[in-house]
Design a protein around this ligand. Structure first.
Ligand code: F1P
Length: 347
């Protein structure tokens, strides 16, 4: 992952719409909303991008599960940038959703995809090819992080065209992105601590994942990874939703993974963590260097070495991928070829 994220930044000397294809400036200038269509892991990268694009570029974003959107009566908006996200570029539901959007009159299309020769790239006017290359495993890992890197570049490009990115901000964001390979390597160095947690998880049949804000989609992705490769039943919720239902599931037998970077939502998150502890739930918290959370009875903490602001989802997801991977290894499942799943879902 450090290498492919590094490759993403290679040759990028500045933020410009043309990173997404010739003519992107004119398209970005015309649009006033974004519709993201994707399935599975790619859908979760789209959800993360919604937080980024709305807060940085100030453009409203709708993220739709492609397998639903393709059959839905929705109200089209002409000045929409339709973004499909797909590692394979061949996912039948995402292709059908794209065609559905076009049939409703939405003609500005962009794909973020791993494969330059794919149907998705042929069908969209603009394209960004991620630097993930070939992924061996069925479950997306580096495809997800490179999609996120591409979506952050898209966020900055839209902000720039919208007059919301100063030169100083552009430089600061690019500097943070260029440092990502080092930051990811330091997350990978946490592997021994994550293995110890994974051994606990491997003995459980259920897990809950909690996040807030832009880390809520990362909680969803962490739960999906655990389900896909270890077959442990996992659900993710925005932490504020706990009291609206899932709290009923919390017992001493329930491990609760919490993504807790030191952002503006940390105090809210801490009170959600207390709700879990009060019911005996075991908390496994991925904090960061700045979060003031310390281990204690029923509260296990792994601290990511850097606080990474807007790019924090890219670091946190790597720790969750490692947790799923080691839980699967401990249970003896095939991490590369999970039962019942295909790398590319073309029907
Ligand atoms: C979507 C997806 C993947 C998942 C698996 C099945 O594929 O749900 O996220 O890992 O491979 O398909 P894609 O549209 O991103 O290729």
């Amino acid at each position: 992952q450090p290498r492919v994220i590094g490759d993403t930044l290679e040759g990028v000397t500045g933020i410009m719409p043309e990173l997404f294809g010739d003519g992107a400036y004119n398209v970005f200038k015309q649009i006033d909303r974004v519709l993201i269509l994707a399935c599975g892991t790619s859908y979760y990268s789209g959800l993360t991008a919604k937080y980024w694009i709305e807060s940085v570029a100030k453009i409203p974003v709708n993220v739709e599960i492609a397998s639903e959107y393709r059959y839905r009566d929705s109200v089209p908006h002409p000045n929409t940038l339709v973004v499909t996200i797909s590692q394979s570029g061949e996912t039948a539901d995402t292709l059908a959703a794209l065609k559905h959007a076009r049939s409703l009159g939405m003609e500005h299309t962009l794909t973020i995809c791993n494969v330059a020769t794919s149907a998705m790239v042929r069908e969209c006017k603009l394209a960004y090819i991620t630097r993930a290359g070939v992924e061996v495993g069925v479950a997306s890992t580096k495809a997800f992080t490179t999609q996120l890197a591409a979506l952050f570049l898209l966020t900055l490009s839209l902000a720039q065209v919208n007059g919301r990115l100063s030169d100083a901000e552009e430089e600061a964001h690019l500097k943070a992105m260029r440092h990502l390979p080092v930051a990811i390597s330091s997350v990978l160095a946490l592997e021994p601590q994550i293995i110890a947690w994974a051994e606990d998880f491997a003995r459980k049949e259920n897990a809950l994942f909690l996040g807030r804000g832009m880390h809520y989609p990362i909680a969803l992705e962490g739960a999906l990874k655990l389900k896909e490769i270890s077959y442990i039943h996992a659900e993710a919720y925005p932490a504020g939703e706990l009291k609206h239902g899932p709290l009923a599931l919390v017992t001493e037998e329930m491990p609760v993974v919490t993504i807790a970077p030191n952002d503006t939502l940390i105090e809210k998150l801490k009170s959600n963590m207390q709700e879990v502890r009060a019911r005996g739930g075991q908390l496994y918290v991925f904090a960061d260097v700045d979060s003031r959370i310390t281990s204690g009875e029923g509260l296990h903490v792994i601290r990511l070495p850097e606080h990474y602001g807007l790019l924090s989802p890219i670091l946190h997801v790597v720790s969750l991928q490692l947790l799923a991977y080691h839980a699967a290894l401990a249970r003896g499942t095939d991490v590369d070829k999970p039962r019942n799943l295909a790398k590319s879902v073309t029907v």
